[in-house]
Design a protein around this ligand. Structure first.
Ligand code: DI6
Ligand code: FE
Length: 397
């Protein structure tokens, strides 16, 4: 298939949008066979179908590399409590927060969880997302963690989207183990990870390294099992305080360290040396009204790739709009529109360990978006406006 009459933002490198005016793309099945100026299209391609894109803007499709789209219930009541003076950490300590979503998720059937998650996924697809990461972590017992991961796998069977799962058994200490985080890790979290892996439900292992969750020593025990099982690791690190999660992630060769508001320049250096991607989650920063932004300039200075994601979850980031996340990253964290687009495409792919995605180049997966926009900076600039015209998933419009 030949796509023609397009303005293409290839993101070929990280230096600029890599724009090709009057461009054309040849798709061969699920892959990109050729991209360039239409006038330079080699004669060798036998084109079966041509689509005139009428001057539309083509970018790589969006990738949401950090989501918790599978969960029961919602936390609008806590949102209200916070607006009446309670803090996120106070609510967590009082048995609300993640624990209240755990109760709702344990009580929900697989069909209910799936129906709810599909509505959030549909919102993402409508903005041009073709690949999402989905975490467990609202079960915190074997049955419910496995249930969440099965639902995550189902999403890819119900919709034209790819899903990568992360096991987040180390998300919070469940009410049944209050004050006994170590026993929870050893007796529930790690055996559940092994069981989920045994069923082919786990693509990566994540954790919440924070004062209200797990420390670096506990996380290192979970990561050791991930390594033993051959699974990549990633970590919620330095979101609310600095306790060393970023350095731990780097030391374990993590795919990503996520949130990283309280990360330091030394942490940025460690991430760069390890080749670990920093995942920025402005939706959580915004919702919790945090004031400490991640060390963006240090990430730039040390060459740490920055990905961007919605963190879609019922507590700290009830956000299912990647476009709004891109806007927030620019407004709140001062990313450039180019950095925001790279963060939702090429660098998000990197955070998932997926090379060959997120850029428009020969041999890459043909996941593309066509936008009603004259320039790619428009994608991060607008607020609450969706210029998506069409989405191409694995070579199929
Ligand atoms: N950090 C977050 O922002 C989410 N999980 C995490 O570890 C919040 C989860 C929640 O509040 O439900
Ligand atoms: Fe998260």
């Amino acid at each position: 298939m030949l796509l023609t009459n397009a303005k293409i933002a290839t993101l070929r490198t990280d230096d600029d949008f890599g724009i090709i005016e009057a461009g054309a793309i040849v798709l061969d099945g699920a892959r990109i066979a050729w991209v360039g100026a239409a006038g330079e299209l080699p004669g060798e391609y036998q084109v079966r179908e041509t689509q005139d894109l009428d001057g539309g803007l083509v970018t790589p499709a969006l990738i949401d590399c950090h989501t918790h789209v599978v969960f029961g219930g919602n936390r609008a009541a806590e949102f209200e409590l916070r607006l009446n003076g309670a803090s996120y950490e106070e609510l967590a300590k009082a048995g609300g927060g993640i624990a209240s979503t755990v109760a709702a998720t344990r009580a929900a059937s697989e069909a209910e969880l799936l129906a709810d998650a599909l509505r959030r996924v549909d919102a993402m697809i409508a903005e041009g997302v073709t690949l999402i990461e989905v975490k467990s972590g609202y079960g915190l017992d074997r049955g419910t963690e496995l249930k969440m991961l099965r639902v995550a796998r189902q999403l890819a069977r119900r919709r034209p989207i790819e899903v990568r799962t992360s096991f987040l058994g180390a998300h919070a200490v469940p009410p049944d183990h209050t004050g006994n985080a170590d026993a929870y890790i050893d007796e529930v979290c790690i055996p559940t990870l092994r069981a989920a892996h045994g069923e082919g439900l786990v693509d990566a292992v994540d954790g919440f390294c924070e004062g209200i969750a797990f420390d670096t020593v506990q996380m290192a025990r979970v990561f050791a099992v991930a390594h033993e099982l051959g699974l990549p690791v990633k970590l919620h690190a330095e979101q609310l305080s600095h306790i060393g999660g970023t350095r731990l992630a780097a030391a374990h060769g993590a795919l990503s360290a996520d949130h990283v508001e309280y990360a330091t320049e030394a942490d940025a250096r460690a991430l760069a040396a390890a080749g670990t991607t920093a995942v920025l989650l402005p939706g959580a920063f915004y919702t919790l009204r945090e004031t400490q932004a991640p060390p963006i300039q240090a990430f730039r200075d040390h060459g740490v790739p920055m990905a961007l994601a919605t963190d879609c979850n019922p507590g700290s980031s009830p956000l299912s709009s990647p476009l709004l996340a891109m806007n927030m990253a620019c407004t709140l964290f001062r990313l450039t529109p180019l950095e925001a687009l790279l963060g939702m495409t090429a660098h998000a792919a990197r955070a998932l360990g997926e090379s060959g995605r997120g850029r428009i180049a020969r041999g890459a997966i043909a996941d593309l978006c066509v936008w009603d926009a004259a320039h790619p900076a428009e994608l991060a600039y607008r607020i609450g406006f969706n210029p998506l015209r069409s989405r191409i998933f694995g070579g199929a419009p």
